[in-house]
Design a protein around this ligand. Structure first.
Ligand code: 5GP
Ligand code: ZN
Length: 162
């Protein structure tokens, strides 16, 4: 009964979808059973269908959304991650909307080089010779949430967990 009430609450709150509802008999009498499903958040499912018009990084590049910009060239922008996972957490982003590394084309090769040169520049600006980690998530299954190619630049703490 407790789960029945909880499930009804989740449906009313819009957090779950009704999958199945039925009456069933038990030793204690009638039990109403309700099965619910939690939908995948809409943006997480977009994957490669995310386009320039609904891409958060394209909006930041076009100054339609605010961001803390660390560096910028004609082809690359570097912003602070809104949810930093290290004391220094930058996102290095090509201005061209490229979904991920799997969709790179021959014509994108020069921008890839420019991204890596930007990494070097940012690394040089870190005080001392601080170590850093560079990560790129490619695809839903490894946690990519923004489907515009980007590299996480992480530094400022020990990261020996990989
Ligand atoms: P992914 O999960 O795709 O590898 O990385 C996307 C990153 O973008 C996440 O670390 C997330 O915190 C960051 N992010 C998402 N939306 C925004 C935003 O509007 N502004 C900034 N600065 N970062 C964002
Ligand atoms: Zn984009």
């Amino acid at each position: 009964m407790r789960y029945y009430i909880l499930n009804i609450f989740l449906i009313i709150a819009g957090m779950a979808e009704l999958v199945d509802a039925r009456d069933s008999k038990s030793r204690d009498g009638d039990i109403m059973s309700v099965r619910v499903r939690f939908p995948v958040p809409k943006n997480r499912n977009k994957g490669s269908t995310m386009t320039v018009s609904d891409c958060v990084f394209c909006k930041i590049i076009a100054r339609k959304l605010p961001a803390e910009i660390v560096a910028e060239t004609d082809d690359v922008i570097v912003i602070k991650d809104i949810y930093p996972k290290a004391p220094i957490h930058y996102l290095i982003i090509p201005k061209k909307h490229i979904t991920d590394l799997r969709s790179l084309e021959q014509a994108d090769m020069s921008v890839v080089g420019k991204i890596l040169l930007m990494v070097k520049k940012i690394a040089e600006q870190l005080s001392g010779s601080k170590a850093f980690r560079l990560i790129s998530n490619n695809g839903l299954d490894v946690g990519q949430t923004v489907f515009h190619l980007h590299f996480h630049f992480l530094s400022g703490k020990k990261m020996l967990d990989f």
